[in-house]
Design a protein around this ligand. Structure first.
Ligand code: SF4
Length: 350
């Protein structure tokens, strides 16, 4: 008689292999796993660690300083809300706004184009901070500005791409929980290639069922011993990704070296505007000087993003650094690991 079939939760709980470190590359996964109580299903020998998949968290301090420089020089900053409270070297964009700078929160890059069209007397810069998931929308905004002849709009870019980050993170976990929304754009080729290099991973969706299934697949395949890749989010991620979005990205932007908080400079892991679109580059348009930012030396965001420590290992966590008074980007962002630990597990950890 065959064994009765097990649920994904039972498979996960039954894992009794060697200690396994699974990295939630994506900040949304970190939050959803906490929020849905999935950590309670994990056996003792499975450890979840957070990775660098929150675009706000990995943005370098110097980028915030550049945005502050623009605001101080009369440029209107348009941005998603999270970035307003991310600390620069000495202050953040909320401080700049309090000091008279124009900082507008928008809900999409196209909103920023609309703002620029409606305020022709202002120079408007959108803070383009994101992964492959959101960069196409910034590229679309540049295209629209060009089509509509809007010449007071530009991008300050700190975009990142995942493939080279995976390379930089190799060895920091036994299994990557790949971000479903990134690979909905890029496809699964890079994940397949990484298997050949001995890197295992499971591509996960965001519902409770999808996350538990992905984790169950991870522990079951890891038990078998050989490197593996499984797309556990096939309802959204196709092997070829979304070619139209990739084509648009490649048309407007090109790879560049990029500085990641905690990971340093990773060659060819960023996206900047191509020369044909240089007129929309805020650095060139406004002559932004080279600025080297400095993070609070006690903040351990960099180590959190590399999976070296947990937010609760930071001496400032929950005491000095809270969502109301964030010291580092990982506590500000809605996808940040420190904010997730504080919001869902702070009481247990303090
Ligand atoms: S708790 Fe605050 S200071 Fe500590 S690593 Fe996280 S963001 Fe940085």
């Amino acid at each position: 008689m065959s064994e009765p079939r097990k649920t994904a939760a039972e498979l996960l709980a039954a894992y009794d292999g060697p200690p396994l470190r699974i990295m939630e590359v994506c900040g949304t996964h970190t939050h959803e796993i906490f929020r849905l109580g999935i950590r309670k299903l994990l056996p003792q020998n499975v450890d979840l660690i957070s990775g660098p998949g929150c675009p706000v968290c990995v943005t370098q301090v110097g980028f915030i300083d550049e945005a502050l420089w623009l605001a101080d020089h009369g440029v209107t900053i348009t941005t998603f809300g999270d970035l307003v409270r991310v600390p620069g070297t000495e202050r953040n964009l909320a401080d700049a706004r309090a000091q008279g700078g124009r900082v507008q929160v928008v809900y999409s890059p196209l909103d920023a184009v609309t703002y620029a069209r409606e305020h022709p007397q202002e120079q408007v810069a959108f803070l383009s901070v994101g992964f492959e998931t959101t960069v196409p929308a910034a590229c679309l905004a540049v295209e629209q500005a060009q089509i509509q002849g809007i010449d007071n709009f530009s991008l300050l870019t700190a975009n990142k791409t995942m493939p080279n980050a995976y390379q930089a993170l190799k060895g920091s976990a036994d299994v990557f929980l790949y971000p479903g929304h990134v690979h909905a754009i890029t496809g699964t080729g890079i994940c397949e290639d990484l298997v050949a290099e001995g890197v295992s991973g499971v591509l996960a969706g965001f519902t409770a069922k999808e996350l538990v299934t992905a984790l169950a697949v991870a522990v079951t395949k890891a038990r078998e011993g050989a490197p593996f890749f499984v797309n556990a989010y096939p309802r959204v991620v196709r092997p070829e990704g979304t070619p139209a979005a990739v084509t648009l990205m490649n048309k407007v932007m090109e790879p560049c070296d990029a500085e990641w908080r905690g990971l340093g400079t990773i060659p060819q892991s960023g996206l900047k505007l191509r020369e044909e679109y240089a007129g929309y580059d805020a650095r060139l348009r406004h002559g932004v000087p080279a600025i080297e930012g400095h993070a609070n030396p006690v903040c351990r965001c960099g180590d959190v993003l590399r999976g070296i420590c947990k937010p609760s290992d930071c001496p400032l966590f929950g005491r000095v650094c809270t969502p109301q008074h964030p010291v580092g980007a990982c506590m500000v962002s809605g996808e940040g690991a420190c904010s997730a630990y504080y919001q869902y597990d702070g009481g247990n950890l303090l």
